[in-house]
Design a protein around this ligand. Structure first.
Ligand code: CAO
Length: 433
């Protein structure tokens, strides 16, 4: 013989007329004791009304949006006759704030069946909104699940009423995190995922697969962006004299089949600055306890190719002449564009330069190329009026954008490096000192 039992809203303390915001059960579903039947929300708190015993849902007497108070009939449960009474024990306390009250039972006989009305307040898990998940709208069940999985509800977009986070949101969030872990070097730090949007609803679209290089660099850039606390220091170097010298040497360089661009001068100036500021020519140890200072000066150069960004490394820049560097730069950038770089060609940098000077723009914020601790972005040099000796004169100013890892380099050090570098470029004789 089976029992039919009415489950009614328990004593909610001072709360009456609480709105039903979620009904996570379905008619016909077998449920366990303590499983949430409905979720209520009042001005102050949200709470689950749990099943006082296991059973099968025969009828749901309420719907989302209804307002209920103590004693309202919410669900009709069918239970096995011999287990019904035993299961009507007070449930264990939940982790969330709870309103404890007495169990009240009323039994009404019905032919062939026993209808029992159970008002269970012991197990009313009231989740106040001031727990460690902030002001997120979510029921205690969802909060409990989030805690068990170590998820931050603040990062999950709720799709329930009034943006409430429901169980499905949590499941979708975990699923998308797992997918991302397989696809990228995500940190699993509980970051929100981008929404999946069907753009064809707005107009015509075409899907173009990313190149292998783009997919790889996306992983590295994303990782570096997340792991490194970036600061970018901007400055300008007066390269009027340097440019005059470079142009004067162009014919000489051309005779040796070499094109001298500002970049090789910048590489040399960078090495001078790295010698002065060794912390910039370093890597942070994996445990974050030590700075590994490098006694070599291998400079990574960002090269733009049709397939995407690659960063070959030019070794021992301190030991090479400007012409040698220019020749090698032409060779590696050509190799990069022909997709002939080996992974060894792209390893071992101690500092990186990303030059967009040949393209244009006034400034940008390059992403540190881990395990380096700093990267120099270079934009297009332009003539600008500079105030000197009581008058404005045109000077060729080179924009420098130095991004660094703030765990290793302080702001003052970043500014000093940047000023020193600008001075080296303004007067290349400083390299000889
Ligand atoms: N200011 C003004 N002019 C500049 C300049 C600067 N900072 N840097 C270069 N130029 C000039 C060069 O003198 C050259 O002029 P001419 O042809 O008149 O002589 C022209 O711009 C083109 O230079 P270049 O870009 O071919 O050569 P480069 O040595 O400066 O750079 C390389 C080589 C491989 C770094 C570059 O071709 C490249 O790929 N840059 C893009 C790097 C990149 O994508 N960075 C972004 C990474 S983050 O997404």
């Amino acid at each position: 013989m089976s029992n039919l039992k009415e489950v009614r809203v328990p004593d909610l303390g001072n709360v009456s007329g609480a709105a039903i915001i979620e009904i996570p059960i379905k008619v016909g579903e077998s449920i366990q004791a303590e499983q949430a039947l409905i979720t209520l929300e009042s001005d102050k708190a949200s709470m689950d009304i749990p099943a006082p015993f296991a059973g099968k849902v025969k009828e749901i007497k309420v719907k989302v949006g209804d307002k209920v108070s103590k004693g309202d009939f919410i669900v009709l449960l069918e239970t096995e006759a011999d287990t019904a009474v035993a299961e009507e024990k007070p449930a264990a306390k939940k982790e969330t704030t709870e309103t404890a009250a007495a169990n009240v039972q009323q039994e009404t006989a019905k032919p062939a069946e026993t209808i029992t009305t159970v008002v269970n307040t012991e197990d009313t898990a009231v989740s106040s909104e001031d727990d460690d998940q902030g002001d997120v709208h979510a029921g205690p069940g969802v909060r409990r699940l989030a805690r068990e999985f170590g998820l931050n509800l603040n990062l999950i977009t709720g799709t329930g009423q009034k943006g409430r986070v429901v169980k499905e949101d949590l499941q979708n969030f975990v699923k998308s995190r797992l997918n991302q872990t397989g696809q990228s070097s995500g940190t699993g730090a509980g970051l929100p995922s981008a929404p999946q949007i069907d753009f064809s609803q707005f107009g015509e679209t075409e899907n173009k697969p990313l190149s292998r290089i783009k997919k790889l660099s996306a992983q590295y850039l994303h990782r570096n962006w997340l792991l490194v606390p970036h600061v970018t220091q901007f400055n300008e170097a007066d390269i009027t004299e340097l440019e005059a010298f470079r142009k004067a040497q162009a014919a000489f360089a051309a005779k040796q089949n070499v094109k001298l661009t500002p970049l090789v001068f910048i590489m040399k100036a960078v090495v001078t600055a790295l010698k002065e500021f060794p912390a910039f020519n370093a890597s942070l140890s994996a445990d974050g306890e030590q700075l590994i200072l490098k006694k070599y000066f291998h400079i990574g150069i960002a090269v733009d190719t049709p397939e995407g960004l690659v960063v070959p490394v030019i070794r021992d820049v301190d030991k090479k002449s400007l012409l040698e560097l220019a020749k090698e730069l032409a060779e590696v950038s050509n190799k990069a564009r022909l997709k002939q770089l080996s992974s060894a060609d792209m390893q071992g940098s101690s500092f990186t330069i990303s030059s967009l000077g040949g393209i244009g723009g006034t400034a940008f914020t390059p992403i540190v190329n881990l395990p380096d601790v700093a990267i120099l972005g270079v934009s297009k040099a332009q003539f600008k009026p500079q105030y000197q000796d009581g008058e404005f004169i045109p000077r060729l100013m080179l924009p420098l954008c130095l991004s660094y890892d703030h765990r290793v380099i302080d702001g003052a050090e970043g500014a000093r490096f940047s000023v020193f570098l600008a001075d080296c470029l303004s007067d290349i004789r400083r390299w000889l000192l």
